[in-house]
Design a protein around this ligand. Sequence first.
Ligand SMILES: *Cc1c(COP(=O)(O)O)cnc(C)c1O
Length: 466
Amino acid sequence: MQYVSTRGSAPALDFEGATLAGLASDGGLFVPAEWPQFSHADIAAMRGLPYAELATRIIAPFVGDSLTDDELRALCAEAYGRFAHAAVTPLKQLDEQQWLLELFHGPTLAFKDVALQLLGLLFETFLTRREDHLTIVGATSGDTGSAAIDAVAGREKIDIFMLHPKGRVSDVQRRQMTTVRAPNVHNIAIEGSFDDAQAMVKRMFRDEALTGRFHIGAVNSINWARLVAQVVYYFAAALQLGAPERKVAFSVPTGNFGDVFAGHVAARMGLPIERLIVATNVNDILHRALSDGDYSQGTVTPTAAPSMDIQVSSNFERLLFDVGGRDGLAMAEQMAGFEASKAMRLTNAQRDGAGALFSSCRTDANEMARAMRWACDAGGEIVDPHTAIGLHAAREAGVDAAIPVVTLATAHPAKFPDAVERATGMRPSLPSRIGDLFSREEAFTELSGDYDAVAAFVAERATPVA
Ligand SMILES: *Cc1c(COP(=O)(O)O)cnc(C)c1O
């Protein structure tokens, strides 16, 4: 399988190359040159498979020659063996039509574990084979940092430097990063905002004093291997609800458009999906784009669902490319226009193509709180703020009553105890396996907002490549 760039001029790479590169060299994102297809019979034959085996079947066509099926099967078994639920992503019924797909049974209690646990193993496998070493630098406002650290802690071929804005992530989120004690994990608390930390990381990728000595890498959701791991749970849920004979709709709390794009991939591969509902909070650039064709950047409003507080959705470019005729050079021009003016209109082909499968809904703070209470009262479930936004969108979408609607539950409610308590009066507690989080010892380095100090810190501790 070959991967091409959405901006049309970077050379195509295989799965291993695309995984290690992250971003394409022309600034675009990698997408498969064509979509693997599963027939009705292929999908019917997947019923009842254990999660790791289902993952192997679905991911294998994307991996191509980069791994044998047995190698891939071993990595999937290891990654998903670390989840606390035997089903990995269990499905729960709320009422006749509404369901929750719980994606938070991994080590750090958010859906990002599903992809990052596998990505950590893929990195280690490919780096060992190439005798290479990766220095991952990242900035986090919460969930990505802890999931990435957990996925690579203790791995020989990788160092990770994770910057978080000092005092601006929750206690649970910070402790999930700073209590992981491994020689290759480096947590840095930076004076300043998330954007300041992010700007430093971007500068490190262009800093020749670093890139000349180290193989600098990223783990954000533009990495194709992350998306592919997320396709699996769309199949897992739909198979349990009657696919391929019956259609299913999904509602997805969305920020960077990675998770919901994986649903588009599942549909392209032949899974009968009735509709994908893009659920946003008041940071609604995606809702405006899908309902009105207006993709224009506003300013970020902080909400109780911080992982959706974004104004530019990197992975949206993959959808626009795929439904808009797969014309890389036209895409490059469109994105250059967006980068210059912070606004663009979708083409008619992009609007029609997206409209065939996607709808969208914007949810404010009151509607989110109401959805949390409904989940408690009607379904007996406590949901986190991100999931509540998905649930509100699911119930507003007007999907035919015969079709089940699955909301992706993207975080455990105990990650956001204050917001949950405000809405429902109940304070969720951490699952017992991480119940000692607040008694574990923390380790992190505090640095000022001075770039040179941060770059020097990385250069002293990272492993150079030949
Ligand atoms: C990252 C995240 C999201 C958004 O996912 P995208 O793939 O960026 O759309 C939603 N909910 C939670 C809890 C997250 O951590």
